[in-house]
Ligand binder design. Sequence first.
Ligand code: GLN
Length: 384
Amino acid sequence: MPALPTKLPNTGTTIFTVMSALATEHGAVNLGQGFPDFGADPALLQAVTDAMVAGHNQYPPMSGVPALRQVVAAKLNGLYGSAYDADLDITITAGGTQGIFTALQACVGAGDEVIILEPAYDSYDPAIRLAGARPVGVPMTPDYRIDWAAVRAAITPRTRAIVINTPHNPSGRVATHDDLLELQCLAEQHDLFVISDEVYGHMVFDDAPHESVARYPALRERSFLVNSFGKTLHVTGWKVGFVAAPPALSAAFRRLHQYTVFTVHTPTQHAIAAYLANPAPWQGLSNFYQAKRDAFRAALAATPLKLLPCEGTYFQTVDYSAVSDLPELEFAKWLTTEIGVAAIPLSVFYQQPQERRHVRFCFAKRNETLAEAASRLKDLAGRP
Ligand code: GLN
């Protein structure tokens, strides 16, 4: 057999797969990989069956079922005052990760640099490398805000794009109006594409707005906005999302999409279109997760873990320095095997591993699951 040359020589198995396998092996409460442990609305599940029975089982149009693209465009335009066109600007994808991947392949290539803000979600780096470009990691501030001075300093004549993510995974921080103005100014000044990962956009707490790139016309013009129905509708395994981008960007995106994914599961698209039409299910999502955040934080207050701010997403980051000196990956594994609660180390989200004694818990879980995890974490008190 010939050798199998890899395009990703330094890339191992994603941390989410590693920690979920370890959690299963040790019977740990899995607060590592981000996914709900509760069911979706039965009406949504029924809508998939209905769509299949109604005969929606063949290829849909390459860019997605028209009814779903229309619902998405109407939703974005209603929420953010944008003017996306359902036919030209919206493409249904096989989840957020594919949207990010294809957007990057569409806008960067050999010799280009792409800025990512660290800690950065782990799919960005390999997606940029596979496009032939170079990921340039720019650390966020110590309290996980975007360090715009550092971003500016990292820009070179080769910088072609920047990936942003708000609400931010893993930190749970939310970008502000000023952040988006900075981004807009910088993107225009240096003629950059923007890949905006907004998959947690319907999980923003304490009445703060979600600062989508769609709100900013000059930014929208150069952005691929990525979202995921899996997060919004509690069905992460369905792998259905969308990319919204102006016509030229969407055309470039679709040129690649047609030969990689081609189309996404037809009945699911019909079901989501019908379900989203009435009433808008995302409206209660921030309150739903804010209540979980508050309950989880209250329960963790009885542990020696220090809670970092959580402004959005379904992730709570904690500082465990009062408990252990172990590096983050080792601590997360120890926590899984010895305490019975799986977590994600933040150190894996950097090009040059950082050790800040921070791990991330997912609170998209039933209240009983969160209570069980918190009760196990109480055992951390008095540990070396
Ligand atoms: N986005 C999820 C998380 O951050 C993981 C998705 C995956 O496992 N690829 O936990």
